[in-house]
Design a binder for this molecule. Structure first.
Ligand code: ADP
Ligand code: MG
Ligand code: ZN
Length: 624
């Protein structure tokens, strides 16, 4: 009984549907030659697959078939299948013994699922399709032309190139005849590629809205479920529905969740399911005939991990890049998201766009909303520029923290931050200092911002040393002004250590160690083993660089003690100083390349390859 049940289960779970039509091998070959075979899966000499249209053999007929290839067959089946464009999937051979292994390893689990299925079948024998049918159905969300408010191209800004690329698709969906009349083929598969929050999902919806056609949207992670075979049947169902509603759009969001390269994936277990789902997508896309007016859009922010099979001709062979917006683009996006806000006359969207380099559409939407929330909280009638400034700062730094500091503590922090700022002003080649504040925010009690003049891909040694000197400036200021140091410089020292280690072990900037690349970017993990001697040298060299920079910063601050005092007093009085005020208080004239805006650090998707160096444009923080 148990075995029978298991057998039944295996046939249900793994063939996923009614039993397959068993056909002789010769019939199978005939069907291949007649171009009626959609796909095949081979396990040893057992072949399973689907016919494009049903075939009758004996008293039964069906599209799902299985056959047995005679061991003595001398044909070149692979070549034949390829010649007829039949996708082939192979599962590891093993036949009977594989089944046995399967039973032994998955037996208990299957028994549980089996019991569950058996019971539910018994309880609702009349139910259509039973529980498996419900599992297998696509959970795709359907947006018909008249369901809810439409998204159109007017809701999308700042990514004009991508918009233009998709305008053609819209035109095709609206008037397919125009294209078919000339025999033109619109690409079936279009891949939207871009960092998170740039508006890929939005763009896909806008295509549907513009074309006024049904839009089947499914997030790829929804495909990947625990029960083998469900993902694949969901894909089948999704495509069937879309074909029925054609001209229509299928949108697969986060394609990388299933489309990950089969070679590179390492997660065990979930693979089988993912792979079957992926294969089914490939099969469905290959199965399109030229006059099936279904456009498949997919989105990913990790195109490099996609299985190459997805990108072959006839599949996702058209790529539309969605890039983070430039300044004008950011302004246009801000316009969209402030449409419904009551803005004060002083709000300057161009200025906000200038101060938000690196922000993507989703960030800008959040800033507009945050500004409105702040204005409402303060009981204002209109959203002001100050609200926007605060919203930007919040998004960069985390929330303002209500901390009351004692006057002594405040003074110490003022000196610490002034030390950083002064280094930025006085060390040659340092990034210009944009802002100095002793208002506690997030984890930090005070901050100094400096902004790199442009995106740097190359860091000269002097620049890196400058950064170390700047990071040490806070601690040095405490030494110079108080003759002692506090625990506040911890995060500064982490930054210092990281830069110095990179210089020695990554960039080969130590004459003693020579041009060696010993560690990898990121967490500083050791890339390869090196000797104790090397490791000792590495530590020594790091220490030497840090000591030299520390001596520099103490010297500079001692020589400029009056400037340090004046800067600290100024920030104590005003809590926050902008760039003008910093230079004025220090009595230094600003450099030629002077940007009056406060530029926030680039969010995580910056393109710099030295992320660990580029990410903290915030010169310093004091942690408690
Ligand atoms: P992605 O799919 O690329 O991660 P989304 O389309 O989900 O990004 O973007 C999230 C939200 O951010 C959108 O619903 C929209 O409100 C806003 N947004 C993102 N990009 C843009 C843009 N280019 N124009 C207007 N709004 C945008
Ligand atoms: Mg998205
Ligand atoms: Zn500091």
């Amino acid at each position: 009984m148990v075995l029978l049940l298991l057998n039944y289960l295996i046939s249900v779970l793994f063939t996923n549907g009614p039993p397959r039509l068993t056909v002789p091998y010769t019939t199978f070959i005939q069907q291949v030659n007649a171009d009626n075979v959609k796909d095949v899966t081979a396990q040893g000499n057992s072949i399973q697959g689907d016919f494009k249209s049903s075939v009758t053999y004996g008293s039964a007929s069906g599209a799902a078939f299985q056959t047995e290839r005679p061991v003595f067959a001398q044909d070149n089946l692979e070549a034949l299948l390829q010649q007829h464009n039949v996708p082939i999937t192979a599962t590891p051979p093993g036949g009977q013994s594989a089944l046995l292994t399967l039973l032994i390893s998955f037996g208990p689990a299957l028994l549980l699922i089996g019991g569950f299925l058996y019971l539910s079948r018994r309880m609702q024998t009349a139910g259509p399709g039973g529980i498996l049918g419900a599992f297998g159905q696509s959970r795709a969300k359907l947006y018909t032309p008249d369901s809810g408010p439409k998204t159109t191209f007017a809701d999308v800004a700042g990514i004009d190139e991508a918009k233009q690329d998709l305008a053609q698709v819209v035109d095709f969906l609206k008037t397919p005849e125009k294209y078919q009349r000339l025999g033109a083929q619109i690409p079936h598969g279009i891949l939207l590629v871009g960092p998170p929050g740039t508006g890929k999902t939005l763009l896909a919806r806008a295509v549907a809205g513009e074309a006024s056609r049904p839009f089947f949207s499914l997030s790829a992670s929804e495909f990947v479920e625990a029960i083998v075979g469900v993902g694949a049947s969901r894909v089948r169902d999704l495509f069937a529905k879309a074909k029925e509603a054609a001209p229509s759009i299928i949108f697969i969001d986060e394609l990388d969740a299933i489309g990950r390269s089969r070679a590179s994936s390492t997660t065990f277990g979930a693979n089988d399911e993912r792979e079957q789902t992926l294969n089914q997508i490939l099969t469905e896309m290959d199965g399109f005939t030229p006059n099936q007016n279904v456009v498949v859009l997919a989105a990913t922010n990790r195109p490099e991990v996609l299985d190459p099979a997805l990108l072959r001709p006839g599949r996702f062979d058209r790529r539309v890049t969605v890039s983070p917006p430039d300044r004008a683009g950011r302004e246009a996006i801000l316009k969209i998201h402030t449409r419904n806000l009551r803005l004060a006359p002083d709000v300057n969207l161009g200025e906000i766009a200038g101060a938000t380099a690196g922000f993507v559409g989703a960030d800008l939407r959040n800033i507009a909303n945050e500004a409105a929330l702040l204005a409402a909280q303060k009981g204002e009638d209109l959203v002001t520029q100050a609200d926007f400034d605060e919203a930007i700062e919040r998004s960069v730094l985390g929330l303002r923290r209500p901390i009351v500091l004692g006057p002594d503590e405040k003074r110490l922090i003022a000196y610490h931050e002034s030390g950083h700022a002064l280094m930025g002003l006085l060390v040659a080649g340092a990034d210009p200092v944009k802002k100095l504040t002793i208002v506690p925010r997030g984890l930090s009690l005070g901050s100094t911002y400096s902004q790199p003049i442009d995106d740097r891909y190359n860091y000269p040694e002097s620049y890196l040393r400058g950064r170390i000197t700047l990071a040490l400036g806070g601690r040095a200021a405490e030494e110079v002004a108080y003759g002692a140091v506090t625990t506040g410089a911890e995060s500064d020292l982490q930054q210092v250590n990281q830069i110095a280690r990179s210089m020695v072990a990554r960039f080969g900037m130590s004459p003693k160690l020579g041009p060696l690349n010993l560690i990898q970017p990121g967490d500083g993990a050791v890339a390869q083993h090196f000797s104790e001697e090397t490791s000792r040298l590495l530590d020594e060299e790091v220490r030497r660089i840090v000591d030299e920079c520390h001596r520099d910063s103490v010297r500079i601050l001692t020589e400029n003690r009056d400037r340090l005092d004046r800067l600290a007093e100024a920030v104590l009085k005003k809590d926050t100083l902008d760039q003008d005020e910093i230079y004025a208080a220090a009595g230094i004239s600003p450099p030629a390349s002077f940007h009056p805006t406060i530029a926030p650090p680039l969010p995580g998707n910056g393109s710099s390859r030295d992320r660990d160096l580029a990410k903290d444009e915030v010169g310093s923080e004091i942690h408690r």
